[in-house]
Design a protein around this ligand. Structure first.
Ligand SMILES: Cc1cc2nc3c(=O)[nH]c(=O)nc-3n(C[C@H](O)[C@H](O)[C@H](O)COP(=O)(O)O)c2cc1C
Length: 372
């Protein structure tokens, strides 16, 4: 094995000794069973990828209201906790580590996915552009209902309960999803947050919800087992800000005193799940290096070579791979051997069965798990 790669060197992440610096990025795959419960093929999928230094689970809703896509898993019912328990056990038996990504989609939903067909909720009654992904195909987003000030503490409590449930389910930590235009990101940006209460207006007010969620989650988990994901340069989900730099300078500097496990930055060349033209003006991990004092994970379009380079330049500590991990369950081994990679098939990213999920071949086919 080629152990000279920085990507393959161990790293101390808070309480954990990671065997390498390759993180499996959070990846929504829409393959939970009815009730939004993780099932056996999900165990197989994560177990196949247990050689990642750290796995971050697919985004997982903290409440029925937090749901925005069919068949994404939750962490709010006993059955979901049991389903996840089997996933974490299987990953641990294969010497892996897995954090749960805590999620509330806010307005990126549709009444057909909401309890009692209600409107999705958001900081303000502003519809995002584009289409919702529903059980009956794509449907235009609706104008969401603005959350009442009094409703926000209950959502913070749902994050706390989600964090507790993740602990019970045997996860090694949690990541707060404050990226990609979902609820917390909707609150951060002044294009989607027009509130006049203590959760809107100034940057400090717009960041308040995220800070309250962080307080809640770190009351359950030691902070060195909690990460936060931000996508400062992304407009995915129709989030815009009049001063992105000031917004994220503030948010990132406010994270410092928490002494978190990590800050996870999505690079400017990524909009949600696709790579776009990068004009070079965005805010990526290298920008935040001087502002954030702890561990930084960078994500977005990395290859073996560019991932190695970002570590070499010390712009980040860990590199997350999304699409490459979808198609290459044994990605660290392939990088070690500089072996060819399987190509990913976008048509099987979201929903479906084992195809395009657990059937990507390992270098050594005898390692392919069909069950755990
Ligand atoms: C199929 C798919 C699902 C994704 N689901 C999530 C998700 O649940 N949570 C999240 O924060 N990002 C999600 N992303 C974004 C990835 O985590 C990552 O930031 C992005 O794919 C860029 O990394 P890559 O170029 O290595 O794939 C998803 C991306 C893809 C392709």
């Amino acid at each position: 094995m080629n152990t000279t790669l920085n990507l393959l060197k161990p790293f101390k992440l808070g309480a954990y000794e990671l065997p390498n610096r390759m993180v499996m990025a959070p990846l929504t795959r829409m393959r939970a069973k009815p009730g939004n419960i993780p099932q056996e093929m999900n165990q197989v999928y994560y177990t196949q990828r247990a050689s990642a230094g750290l796995i971050i689970s697919e985004a997982t809703q903290i409440s029925p209201q937090g749901l925005g896509y069919p068949n994404t898993p939750g962490i709010h019912s006993p059955e979901q906790i049991q389903g996840w328990k089997k996933v974490t056990q299987a990953v641990h038996e294969n010497n892996g580590r897995i954090f749960l990504q805590l999620w509330h989609v806010g307005r990126i939903s549709h009444p057909s996915l909401q309890p009692n067909g209600e409107l999705p909720v958001a900081p303000s009654a502003i519809a995002p552009e584009g289409m919702a992904n529903t059980f009956s195909g794509e449907q235009p987003f609706v104008t969401p209902r603005a959350l009442e000030t009094e409703e926000i503490p209950a959502i913070v409590e749902q994050y706390r309960q989600g964090a507790k449930n993740a602990l019970e389910a045997g996860f090694d930590g949690v990541e707060i999803h404050s990226a990609n235009g979902y609820l917390l990101d909707q609150f951060l940006h002044d294009g989607s947050n027009k509130r006049t209460d203590q959760y809107g207006g100034s940057i400090e007010n717009r960041a308040r919800f995220l800070m309250e969620v962080l307080e809640a989650v770190t009351s359950v988990w030691d902070a060195d087992k909690v990460g936060v994901r931000l996508s400062p340069s992304s407009t995915f989900g129709t989030v815009f800000d009049s001063d992105t730099e000031a917004l994220f300078n503030y948010v990132v500097s406010k994270l410092n005193p928490f002494n978190l496990a990590y800050l996870h930055i999505v690079e400017p060349r990524i909009q949600g799940n696709v790579t776009v033209e990068d004009d070079g003006n965005g805010l990526g991990a290298s920008y935040f290096r001087s502002i954030y004092q702890g561990t930084i994970i960078t994500a977005g379009g990395y290859t073996r070579e560019t991932g190695e380079a970002v570590l070499e330049q010390d712009d980040a500590d860990l590199v997350a791979y999304g699409r490459l991990f979808i198609a290459n369950p044994d990605l660290p081994k392939r990088f070690a051997l500089n072996a060819p990679l399987n190509e990913y098939d976008r048509s099987t990213f979201y929903g479906g069965d084992q195809r395009g999920y657990t059937d990507y071949p390992f270098l050594d086919d005898s390692k392919v798990l069909t069950t755990v």
